[in-house]
Ligand binder design. Structure first.
Ligand SMILES: [Fe+2]
Length: 430
């Protein structure tokens, strides 16, 4: 299905999907090494070229530290992360996901991919900068999200252990995570207890590791090999589990990728978006706490994001309105859309009314009147009918208004405990 066919998007809702998720996580995604044709997907060469284009004549990424000054490494890392959002890289990556990860990882489309890749450079000269062992769930990722770890240098030899990543199989990871929580382990305690069970991932250009948010993984120790490790990691989400992505919401953290090469090609030919933002109208900031996803997000933090967005997009800031708490039909937003002739800058597509008919009325009216709505968290803009389809597609992907949990909350024991405590207080109040 293409991004444009939002109205027929119908994610699988069968009740037994979690049994299938469990099967997948404990098989294809249980810290398995997956091979891929490096000549078709030369990520390592692309990264090497980007480093060279920054003015550092590196020939072998393992010896990056001999060419790039240590003080420059953080800047280079951040630049490489940003570069992974360049159109040429996204096309390479999207093709890789469609042609290799989806079939080998037995995923079902539509899938969404992390917006910016994490590129990591582990120098042999900075022992204090290694990454402690952790799990994705403990970092706010959702149970259904899948991770890929891809080294751009060969770390298959035993002596490469400390520059590779370490990982623990899923069942042992679950046990050890519970142990760490209930015994309130310190970071040093986790490094010691978990470290004993972790094994070296053996991969290099042409192979990568598939794992889940429950796997304990990380460097876990300083790189003492004398060589640099450069790697990339990112996450993928399937639409059928679009409401099981914890705090990493679709559209903000994850971008839907086209299902086919043809659709990718069509989208690549569209004109640059910035050209379409300038319709000569003023911009009204809209902040609210009227949906389950925005209920706990203070408006001053929303406003920080709106201000930052307006500056980046070079759009004016003319006025601001709040919505009325407890009025879930969002009357202020409705008023802005129906009665004012201005563009709206708002926090998120998940700040739109959860009732689909109300939401669609707002979006369609805005489109008809030629007023643009900017959704800051997702960097989405409602300018034309294609945008409307994309926004609807993301909301369907996230099961907005129908999800098992409010969008943006992790499915964990702690969440359940917090809800329990909160519920008790509310009951007493009544
Ligand atoms: Fe991680």
């Amino acid at each position: 299905m293409s991004v444009q066919e939002a109205t027929v998007f119908d994610p699988i809702q069968a009740n037994d999907i979690d049994a299938e998720l469990e099967r997948s996580l404990t098989n294809e995604w249980d810290a398995k090494i997956m091979t891929y044709p490096n000549e078709r997907f030369p990520f390592n060469e692309w990264i090497l070229n980007r480093v060279r284009m920054m003015g550092f004549p590196v020939e072998d990424l393992s010896y990056f530290h001999e060419v790039v000054p240590q003080a420059e490494t953080y800047r280079v890392t951040k630049q490489l992360c940003a570069d992974t959002n360049l159109p040429e890289f996204r096309r390479l990556l999207n093709g890789f996901v469609r042609q290799v990860v989806v079939p080998k990882g037995k995923l079902r489309q539509p899938v969404a991919v992390q917006r910016y890749m994490n590129v990591r450079i582990m120098l042999p000269s900075t022992p204090e900068l290694y990454f402690p062992l952790h799990t994705g769930l403990l970092y706010g990722h959702g149970i259904a999200s899948r991770s890929l770890w891809m080294p751009f240098v060969d770390v298959t030899a035993d002596e490469d252990k400390t520059r590779s990543m370490q990982i623990i199989p899923i069942k042992k990871s679950r046990e050890l995570t519970k142990y760490a929580i209930s015994n309130r382990l310190t970071m040093a305690g986790m490094t010691e207890v978990w470290g004993k069970h972790a094994h070296q991932i053996k991969a290099g250009p042409g192979s990568c590791c598939l794992f889940s948010q429950e796997h304990i993984h990380g460097s876990g120790m300083p790189n003492s090999t004398g060589k640099t490790r450069i790697s990339m990691d990112f996450r993928i989400a399937e639409g059928m589990y679009g409401d099981l992505l914890g705090r990493k919401m679709p559209a903000g953290y994850f971008h839907l990728i086209p299902d086919t090469e043809e659709e990718e090609e069509r989208l690549a030919k569209l004109p640059p978006r910035e050209l379409q933002y300038n319709n000569g109208k003023q911009h009204i900031f809209y902040v609210a706490n009227n949906t389950s996803a925005t209920f706990c997000i203070p408006v001053h933090l929303q406003r920080y994001m709106l201000v930052d967005y307006a500056e980046k997009k070079k759009i004016t800031r003319d006025y601001e309105l709040f919505d009325l708490e407890d009025m879930l039909h969002c009357p202020t937003l409705l008023h802005l859309v129906e009665d004012r002739n201005a563009n709206i800058v708002m926090y998120s597509i998940f700040a739109l009314p959860e009732v689909e008919a109300d939401r669609n009325h707002l979006l369609e009216t805005s489109l008809k009147r030629g007023n643009i709505i900017h959704f800051v968290n997702e960097d989405l803009q409602l300018v034309n009918a294609d945008d409307l389809a994309t926004i609807k597609h993301y909301l369907a992907f996230a099961k907005f208004g129908h999800s098992r949990l409010p969008i943006g909350l992790p499915l964990s024991e702690t969440t359940r405990d917090y809800f329990g405590k909160w519920n008790e207080t509310v009951q007493q109040y009544q």
